[in-house]
Design a protein around this ligand. Sequence first.
Ligand code: GDP
Ligand code: MG
Length: 281
Amino acid sequence: MTPGVTINVANYKKFALVVPTLNEAENIVTVLDRARQALAQLPLAWEILVVDDDSTDGTVEIVRRYSESHAGVRLLKRYSQKGLAGAITYGWKHTDVGILGVMDADLQHPPELLPELVTRVCQGSDIAIASRYLHADSMEAWSLPRRMISRLSVLASRPVQKPGLRVSDPTSGFFVLRRECIAGIEFQPAGFKLLLEILVQGHVRSVAEIPFKFGTRSGGKSKANGMTAVHYFWLLCRLAREAVFETPQKRHLAGNEPRKGNPPGVGANRLHMSFPWIAVV
Ligand SMILES: Nc1nc2c(ncn2[C@@H]2O[C@H](COP(=O)(O)OP(=O)(O)O)[C@@H](O)[C@H]2O)c(=O)[nH]1
Ligand SMILES: [Mg+2]
């Protein structure tokens, strides 16, 4: 945690971390132990919400037992629903705290970074993102194809990102934000890349990026598959369409006012850049 930081506890009474799980029995206890230890350094209250979508490997039973013996850990179980973004927002809807976060349950995200992320939001940033792309060696454990796919997905997001709010890792799954950033917004529940949606559609004005080394999965298997790519592709198309045809009211709500001279009703500042994705829809 950044030394010498005083958190205004009156404004940010509590932090809620969502940990989405789908068959993470091998990892979840270590994740929860390390997250609790890291969060104990914060001078504010916190809770951890594990949101599970019908895991079949015993994750639910493990978390249920864990939550019975560890205060501050809650299990939320969704039935017959799948989708990472939906699981995260489900968790956020089941708490009323002011600072929200998400972290994967496979130890690719180091829980020790949590205090720094929360602190940056307490210091005034709307979102604090753990970025895989700020340091050249942070993804060295990845295979070349996986690195290339990840880079390409970031590149593909450039046209739809808000100018002035472009970040190095808009597809990171490890971030902390103020609840106001997502007020009144419905997100694509099946998607894997919630952060990009929040950056484009949310009420976000300032972002902090913190570098971290993206680890390899500790146990179990990745749930990313071909459908993840399809969902991402449709997300880009939808965001591009909305960037261009957004109403003045929506634009005002999202803090995305057009530049002087742009035609009313059209997000012309992103029109030319969004063209490749608009062409698809
Ligand atoms: N609740 C829930 N969690 C999910 C779902 N899909 C993935 N996850 C969790 O989301 C996190 C990231 O998924 P992962 O498979 O590691 O994706 P990758 O890091 O891109 O390979 C992990 O904690 C998964 O258990 C889902 O449909 N529902
Ligand atoms: Mg993972």
